[in-house]
Design a binder for this molecule. Structure first.
Ligand SMILES: CC(C)(COP(=O)(O)OP(=O)(O)OC[C@H]1O[C@@H](n2cnc3c(N)ncnc32)[C@H](O)[C@@H]1OP(=O)(O)O)[C@@H](O)C(=O)NCCC(=O)NCCS
Length: 185
């Protein structure tokens, strides 16, 4: 974990959740959410292998809970994002590999905060573009990505194990940072 990584993630600390770099102790909570929200979840070992990825962040509860959700324990993992960086001759490619929010805390802005925090980390680590794959049927996630400035680049038939196609979406990281700094979020 680097200082700049922690600082950028800390910028998103507010409200009833804090976004921060993942720690090994978070992995069980991450894996529990992964199994709850995806029909074909990643294995636990996949998260372990990505512990040092620059954009692997979690949102943790502060224990206060909210009026319309079950009580949250301090430190509970409410959501996570896995963002990684691939060197590419000076034009490094960021990759949002996974993003999920606990079902009982979805729809409160946490997914967007996690995505933005990971994009900040990847841009700070040198990403010039950021890519992701999203299921063709996942309109909710597509809406979020579209709203943050991701554009559909191509469609990959039968990308997922169950035969569903993926859209590859692409974001110009420099452009995203400029928009964010200009307050156009
Ligand atoms: C996709 C996901 C991460 C979004 O997180 P979230 O915390 O629920 O979303 P947010 O509250 O931050 O909302 C962000 C945007 O998502 C979209 N969105 C959220 N809920 C939505 C809904 N019920 N219908 C359509 N769009 C929705 C909207 O664009 C929303 O922006 P807005 O609130 O300004 O309208 C979350 O729903 C989730 O974990 N889904 C299951 C796992 C998954 O599909 N991950 C993505 C894999 S590519």
């Amino acid at each position: 974990m680097t200082t700049s990584r922690g600082a950028a993630a800390g910028d998103d600390a507010n409200g009833d959740a804090r976004v921060r770099p993942v720690e090994r102790a978070d992995l069980l909570g991450v894996f529990r959410i992964e199994k709850a929200v995806f029909t074909q979840p990643w294995p636990y070992a996949a998260f372990e292998q990505l512990l040092d990825a620059p954009g692997f962040l979690v949102a943790e509860g502060d224990g206060a809970g909210t009026p319309d959700t079950a009580r949250l324990d301090a430190g509970d993992v409410l959501g996570y994002v896995v963002g990684d960086l691939t060197p590419n001759h000076g034009r490094d490619i960021g990759h949002i590999k996974d993003l999920a929010v606990r079902p009982d805390t979805q729809g409160r802005g946490l997914g967007r905060r996690l995505l933005r925090a990971a994009l900040s980390e990847l841009a700070a680590a040198g990403a010039s573009v950021v890519k992701l794959e999203v299921r063709e049927s996942n309109h909710r996630a597509q809406e979020l990505y579209d709203d943050e400035g991701f554009e559909p680049a191509r469609r990959i038939p039968r990308y997922y194990g169950d035969g569903e196609a993926a859209f590859v979406m692409r974001l110009d990281a420099g452009e995203w940072v400029r928009r964010r700094n200009a307050g156009d979020e």
